[in-house]
Design a protein around this ligand. Structure first.
Ligand SMILES: *Cc1c(COP(=O)(O)O)cnc(C)c1O
Length: 727
């Protein structure tokens, strides 16, 4: 990587509660990502938006209604130094972005996170109209017009800012689809230098990576074509192509989808857990119907958390004493954490008790400790409906019984914001407030207002159990449970997102209800499973004390949880994965495409154009299974034969495969080779099944033709395939 490093673009960054320019997990992850990059000396520059009023502050009124307050953010009080970015003459650096025919200006703030600089754009500039000055006031505005304007400021303005600062990134990383306009701005810049559109597009794609974060529709911005015309229309011609070409990059159905744009313009795409990678392939399949789900090019890098940010002072002190002295810089090594097993039970329990008391005190919770209790279960996250905050209230009587045992008291603590436009989410808060006032729940169900990083820290450090009950597979990763785990708090969660990888049967609890059926049925089954866990495992274990009042078995679980989760689900491991799997290969690829006046980009562009123009001539004319399974002694492989029409395309430029599925082994592929030319552009291909154990007769076999090139990052880079079914 040259010194341009990685440019990391995100609509939100959660660095610290004093800089409230984040809404939830996406922003926290971005903040933790750049902190880890700084710790690890990864050359990275962050780009985001300085929202003048940030994300709203939450009050919950008497009736349980969420109130939205928008205080002005004061950069002076941030725990990270925030400075106005100036040009060489000392004047504030200003970038301009054409938005809907208006020239909109933005200045930039810079935040220093160790060696990493984060630039934050803000449109509250005197030269803007009054309305435009308000464009960057709030995060995730409900008005689509403001949304698209912000995304143009982030993507286009951000790319211009880096250019103005002389930063030439090797890799451009889009954290979620919001910044995807940056790809179009980079094409525009190249076009202005005389690089043709198709070449510019390949050069930009070669150096861009995209992380998608959620299967929930609200996480994917979709703008009407009409809106894109109105706001972005001035750029079409500047990209060196026509309107249709530009729109086609993001077109999905009859709208313009920012995720689709990001996928079209990236050479690597990843989801944020293994399961989410699979779910994303399923999701993107509708855009690439010719490519089977399992072949959709989506990788996965499972999220982690920045341990230095989320670990309580008491636990840190304990780790400092018992772990190798350099543990904090070796957090991704399991050996380092193994020493947790040797911490005396009493000490670990004591450290947790202190964090628990501190949480109760700092959050002003009316919870008095007695008899080793209460057991505190925490549920804190955005009130998005798929997270099912009220799952535990499905059977009120049973819950009241669980919470109300004077011998073994249990408390629930809730916190979280619902997006101002999310009425069902706000309704959940209202219902929760109502429930907490019922006599049977008074004193055992508590709600904390204004969930943000400060509250999150106290909660993940101080509760006993961290509850997570999303509708599977909607929780792409989740990270709050990882924060809880490093603090010795035990997870009790649906096997979704990161927990599907993190749970090992001994480090917490899996809520194993139903994975199919309708939502109502799933909730019924999941809540049943949750009640059973609480009644039969969690509560008895918590109250099983030794003669020093330490729950020995519980502490064993805490140790197992820390040892198994901390080394894997942290941002040092995560950034290291991004570095090896995405940044380094993409940097090499991007630089290769751009070298010698874009020689490779131009070649790939010409090649793709040729293939695209001639693909309609590709067909699988005939495909047969030749197998006589008994004829080959000792080798029961099955042979395939296909007639393939390639038209003007050379046979070296395609791959021909037999693709089948076998009930036992899943998808298999067999490469076919050209053995005969029947006529111009018409070939016979043959090949044999990869394995004798595959039962061809019980499987469906298709023959597939795909364009290939050593310059492609994946086998399906062109999203093209021609299919034929065997007879
Ligand atoms: C960690 C965190 C989140 C993300 O938590 P999930 O597990 O993804 O729900 C959201 N908000 C805050 C304030 C956080 O600290």
């Amino acid at each position: 990587m040259s010194n341009g490093g990685v440019a990391y673009f995100s609509a939100e960054f959660g660095l610290d509660e004093s800089l409230p320019i984040y809404s939830g997990g996406l922003g926290i992850l971005a903040g933790d990502h750049i902190k880890a990059a700084a710790d690890m000396n990864v050359p990275l520059t962050g780009v985001g938006i300085f929202y003048g009023n940030g994300y709203f502050q939450q009050r919950i009124d008497e009736g349980g209604s969420q109130q939205h307050l928008y205080p002005t953010i004061n950069p002076e009080v941030s725990s990270y130094p925030v400075r106005l970015v100036r040009d060489a003459e000392g004047r504030p650096l200003v970038v301009d972005v054409m938005i809907g025919g208006r020239q909109v200006y933005a200045k930039a703030w810079s935040v220093q996170v160790g060696s990493v600089t984060l630039y934050l754009l803000n449109a509250d500039v005197e030269s803007n109209s009054d309305a435009d000055r308000r464009l960057t006031d709030t995060l995730y505005p409900s008005e689509q017009d403001v949304r698209i304007s912000q995304e143009m400021i982030l993507g286009i303005g951000g790319a211009r800012l880096l250019a103005a600062l002389g930063i030439r990134p090797d890799v451009w990383h889009m954290n979620e689809g919001h910044p995807a306009f940056l790809t179009l701005e980079r094409i525009r810049m190249l076009s202005a230098e005389g690089v043709p559109f198709e070449t510019a597009r390949e050069a930009v794609k070669a150096s861009t990576v995209f992380t998608t974060h959620t299967p929930v529709p609200a996480g994917h911005d979709v703008f009407s074509i009409d809106m894109v015309d109105r706001y972005f229309g001035d750029y079409y011609w500047q990209l060196g192509t026509d309107r249709e070409q530009v729109l086609s990059l993001g077109r999905a159905g009859d709208a313009f989808n920012m995720t689709r744009l990001a996928v079209s313009m990236s050479s690597k795409v990843n989801g944020v857990s293994k399961l989410h990678g699979e779910v994303t392939r399923e999701l993107f399949h509708r855009w690439m119907p010719h490519i089977p789900r399992q072949d959709i090019p989506v990788e996965s890098v499972t999220n982690g958390i920045h341990i230095g940010t989320w670990l309580s002072a008491g636990m840190k002190e304990l780790f400092d004493r018992h772990l190798p002295s350099d543990w904090a810089v070796r957090t991704a090594e399991p050996n380092v954490w193994a020493a947790v097993r040797d911490i005396p039970h009493f000490e670990l329990w004591e450290a947790h008790q202190r964090a628990k008391s501190e949480m109760v005190r700092e959050l002003g919770l009316p919870i008095a400790s007695s008899g080793g209790g209460p057991l505190i279960v925490g549920f804190a996250r955005r009130f998005a409906t798929y997270k099912r905050a009220l799952l535990i209230f499905r059977d009120l009587e049973r819950l009241a019984h669980i919470l109300g045992d004077p011998q073994r008291p249990v408390c629930l603590v809730f916190a979280g914001k619902a997006h101002p436009a999310d009425d069902p989410g706000q309704e959940l808060i209202r219902r929760l407030v109502e429930l907490s006032r019922e006599d049977r729940f008074k004193g055992s169900v508590h709600i904390i207002e204004n969930y943000a990083m400060d509250k999150a820290k106290k909660l993940v450090q101080g509760v006993d159990v961290w509850l997570n009950t999303p509708v599977k597979p909607m929780e792409a990763s989740g990270t709050s449970g990882q924060k809880a785990a490093i603090n010795g708090v035990l997870n009790c969660s649906v096997l979704d997102g990161w927990w599907a990888e993190g749970y090992n049967g001994r480090n917490g609890w899996a809520i194993e209800g139903a994975t199919d059926g309708d939502l109502e049925y799933q909730s019924q089954q999941d809540s049943e499973a949750l009640y059973r866990l609480l009644e039969e495992e969690i509560i008895p274990l918590f109250y099983m004390r030794d003669d020093r009042a330490v729950p020995t078995e519980w502490v064993n679980l805490m140790k197992e949880s820390i040892c198994s989760i901390a080394p894997v689900f942290n941002t040092h491991r995560m950034v290291s994965d991004y570095w090896h799997k995405l940044y380094v290969p993409t940097s090499i690829r991007g630089n290769r495409f751009a070298a010698d006046n874009f020689e490779v980009a131009s070649r790939v562009a010409a090649y793709k154009k040729f293939i695209r123009d001639n693909w309609s001539g590709v067909s699988v004319r005939k495909a047969d299974i030749l197998a006589d399974r008994s004829s080959r002694i000792g080798l029961n492989k099955t042979a395939f034969r296909a007639e393939i029409g390639l038209g003007a395309i050379w046979h070296k430029d395609v791959r021909v495969e037999a693709v089948g599925s076998d009930g036992r082994r899943g998808i298999w592929k067999a490469k076919l080779e050209p053995v005969q030319q029947l006529a111009k552009g018409l070939y016979v291909y043959e090949g044999a099944s990869p394995d004798v154990s595959i039962n061809i007769w019980k499987s469906n076999v298709n023959v597939r033709v795909t364009p290939i090139s050593p310059d492609f990052t994946t086998d399906f880079e062109m999203e093209l395939a021609a299919w034929g079914i065997t007879e």
